[in-house]
Design a protein around this ligand. Structure first.
Ligand code: PEP
Ligand code: MG
Length: 571
């Protein structure tokens, strides 16, 4: 009988196929005492060698098929196998407790994952899965188990699993994989990132999954809405096929639109820029049709490894991205501290990390040497590419001046001929109120609507309990954004929006009406924004902005935007 289950979408797209149910099959671990501990250490060395050669093969395979972005995931796994803390911990357990290598590996992995799971940062919490993945790989090599868990798959399969590991997805023949459904996995976990990069529709967040679906059952999976239909009726299958062909037509239209310039119906040009973190190959390819990188979030380089990234590594990563971008690459200096804390630093417990030693405050105090190292790497790249530097979490003139003076001093020491443009990310209420003064010290501003919303409204951007109150549509937030845009335009300094709000087509139009000409967003979301902007004139958007700015409640603003949406659809 047909059943519909609703989960959370983690990778967009529609898939139909037969279920292959896999339950978590962790390698069983026995603990036993050993006399010869040296032998166990040698077994560990062998397991490490075997696991590394697996990972190199996987990396090579992914690199050949998708390029560097995805292969990096296994580079991260590889570097975990070199992590002296992990390896030392396993060796210590063998020697101290005189136990077999398998037990020592399992205990160390448990300890490391427990510590990661206690962290506040959801990104780091999800690295827990990576540690368990490498733990399983090491155990397989230590015990001589075969790694083929999902190596044979019939065409059009949909995997249904309690949990999938990144290496599961790569080791299987994913051309036969139409989609997958898992019980739990966050939107920023590596498995979700990989699924999106491979274009495999996926849904998560369905409890007791293997009990709800049996192998062989036919499934319809909607990675856009999160719905999974088990044993669909004939009419559902027909409806699904129509949905699939409409989606294909939309994708085709967006591909055609990607070639069109981003301009309003009256010809006003708008620059579409990319927000990037660790970029996937697909995102790097998308840079060809965008006007530059408006925000490179550099934290990924600091959060994934057990040690700070070297100046050389940073220069290489920034240079690779800048080389793929045909406009300017705006590199945001590290926004560390708060909930984004590197494993290699001692952390002080802060009662409110979002308001703690983070962003530029961290860079100018405890993080100064990391900051200086990063700026040197950026300046090296700026000698060859079009680069701009942007400081996060600015609160006024003093922090901006101090940070800029350091950049100047380093540029002089490096004997650079010219300084790249230096800008501030405006994401605190303090910076909004100080905008005129800040603008006198910098070359451009970005508006970080994500943090600005949380700080204007005193509503945590990550918490479920404040989800309803956290809204960029609050009149105070929109008025603050407008004030920054007006001030920047008055002083003829470039201004962009780089929070998530810029990627919502309706809001993108609103910001253009306020006076912005540069919108920065995840590269995938640019096509829909462009489609919308091409239908509207500047006069229409300015009128919309005036209406929105005179509204005194979020409800009123939602109404004004909804009326505009309908008008836009008819025009
Ligand atoms: C923002 O706060 O809007 C922003 C662009 O920075 P992040 O989302 O990285 O905090
Ligand atoms: Mg921010």
């Amino acid at each position: 009988m047909m059943r519909r289950i609703i989960g959370s979408p983690i990778s967009a797209g529609l898939a139909a196929g037969h279920a292959v149910v896999v339950n978590a099959q962790e390698v069983p671990v026995e603990t036993y005492p050993v006399d010869n501990v040296d032998r166990e250490v040698v077994r560990l060395t062998r397991a490490l060698k075997g696991a590394k050669s697996d990972l190199q093969a996987l990396q090579k395979r992914l690199h050949g098929e998708f390029g560097s972005g995805e292969a990096e995931i296994f580079a991260t796994h590889y570097s975990m196998l070199d992590d002296p803390y992990l390896i030392e911990d396993i060796v210590q357990r063998i020697k101290r407790d005189r136990i077999n290598v398998e037990a020592a590996i399992a205990q160390s992995v448990d300890e490391f994952t427990r510590r990661l799971s206690e962290l506040d940062d959801p990104y780091l919490r999800e690295r827990e899965q990576d540690i368990r993945d490498i733990g399983q790989r090491l155990l397989r090599h230590a015990g001589g188990y075969s790694s083929a868990r999902l190596s044979t798959l019939a065409a059009n399969s949909i995997i249904v699993a309690t949990e999938l590991m990144p290496s599961d997805l790569v080791e299987l023949d994913y051309r036969c994989l139409s989609g997958f459904v898992v019980e739990h996995c966050g939107a920023t976990s590596h498995i979700a990132i990989l699924a999106r990069a491979l274009g495999i529709p996926a849904v998560s967040g369905i409890a007791h999954l293997p009990a709800l679906v049996s192998s062989g059952q036919y499934l319809l999976l909607d990675g856009d809405s999160g719905a999974v239909v088990v044993e669909p009726s004939f009419s559902s299958i027909q409806g699904f096929r129509q949905q699939q062909s409409r989606r294909r037509a939309r994708e085709q239209a967006a591909r055609v639109d990607a070639q069109l310039p981003c301009q309003l119906a009256d010809g006003t040009a708008i620059s579409l820029l990319a927000n990037l973190g660790r970029p996937s190959e697909e995102e790097l390819l998308a840079l060809a049709s965008l006007d530059g990188v408006g925000l490179l979030r550099t934290e990924f380089l600091f959060l994934e490894h057990g040690e700070p990234p070297s100046e050389d590594l940073q220069a290489r990563v920034y240079g690779d991205i800048a080389a793929r971008c045909h406009g300017t690459t705006v590199i945001r200096t590290l926004d560390l501290g708060g909930d984004k804390f590197p494993l290699f630093l001692e952390r002080d417990l802060e009662s409110n990390p979002n308001l703690g030693v983070r962003g530029l405050r961290f860079s100018l105090t405890a993080g100064e040497s990391l900051f200086r190292n990063q700026v040197r790497a950026i300046l090296r790249v700026a000698a060859e590419h079009s680069i701009a530097i942007m400081f996060p979490m600015v609160v006024g003139v003093d922090d901006v001046r101090t940070a800029k003076a350091m950049v100047l001093e380093m540029a002089e020491a490096m004997e650079l001929q010219s300084l790249p443009p230096v800008g501030a990310l405006i994401e605190t209420p303090a910076a909004v109120l100080m905008i005129d003064d800040i603008l006198d010290h910098i070359d451009f501003v970005g508006i970080g609507s994500n943090d600005l919303t949380q700080f204007m409204l005193a509503a945590d951007r990550n918490a479920q309990t404040t989800a309803e109150d956290y809204s960029v549509l609050h009149p105070s937030v929109l008025r603050a954004i407008n004030a920054v845009i007006v001030a920047a335009n008055r002083k003829a300094k470039p201004v962009s929006i780089c929070g998530e709000a810029a990627s919502q087509p309706q809001l993108a139009g609103l910001f253009v009406g306020m006076g912005v000409r540069r919108l920065s967003m995840s590269p995938k979301l640019g096509a829909a924004v462009k489609q919308r902007l091409r239908q509207l004139t500047l006069a229409q958007l300015q009128a919309l902005a005036a209406d929105v700015l005179s509204a005194s409640s979020s409800a009123q603003i939602t109404e004004v935007l909804a009326a505009m949406k309908v008008a836009g659809q008819h025009s």
